[in-house]
Design a protein around this ligand. Structure first.
Ligand code: GRF
Length: 200
């Protein structure tokens, strides 16, 4: 019933490598989601992921955070860029910014993030280091709705990986990332098909 399924506009925000963005783009295409990646937007002009997006004919935009005097001004400019693409869903994929409450409220119920830990454990940065230092036997990643408090929104899905005796920050990060690339597209697929609701 393709004619019955409204296409959803997805805007992906990145700051760097963009491997989760790549996984989402690939899944959207191969699984023929009723959605288009309307844009990839970065806060850094040198984000590697922009190259992949351009190569795949996805509109890209850069809102360079360093050009704004305040967090509020940057978020306002970013909001204008995002809204230009009429987004149904905003996907934070390695977007390394703390967001203002006003920005988060504007996208309430339609902005999601992936965080490389089993939330509520290990919020913030260096999550793999935090996990090793805490001596946990299991680590992972979480997709959650974005709410004003950093890394605290309602959990939409998690993956778990074992922590191995010889793990370093790098080996653990690698193992988690492989799973992130499965988890994030899986959650977004459910959202665009209306199988997972973001209303709280
Ligand atoms: C991922 O580990 C993600 O969970 C975290 O930042 C990393 C981004 O990687 N938020 P990439 O840019 O998607 O490759």
């Amino acid at each position: 019933m393709l004619y019955n399924t409204p296409m959803k506009n997805i805007v992906i925000l990145i700051s760097g490598r963009g491997s989760n963005m790549e996984a989402i783009v690939a899944a959207a295409k191969s699984q023929q989601w009723p959605a288009r990646i309307a844009a990839v937007i970065s806060n850094r002009a040198d984000a590697e992921g922009l190259v992949f997006a351009l190569q795949h004919d996805i509109p890209v935009a850069v809102v360079a955070s360093k050009q704004y005097a305040s967090r509020e001004q940057f978020d306002a400019a970013l909001q204008v860029q995002i809204d230009h693409f009429s987004p149904d869903l905003i996907v934070l994929a390695g977007f390394m910014r703390i967001l203002t409450s006003a920005f988060v409220q504007h996208y309430s119920g339609r902005m999601i993030n992936i965080h490389p830990s089993l939330l509520p454990n290990f919020t913030g940065l260096h999550t793999h280091r935090q996990a090793l230092q805490a001596g946990v036997s299991e680590h992972g990643a979480t997709v959650h709705l974005v709410t004003p408090e950093l890394d605290h929104g309602p959990v939409l899905g998690q993956i778990r990986v074992p922590v191995l005796p010889l793990d370093t920050e790098e080996t653990l990060a690698e193992r988690v990332l492989v799973q992130e690339h499965l988890l994030y597209p899986q959650i977004i697929r459910q959202i665009v098909h209306g199988e997972l609701s973001l209303s709280q």
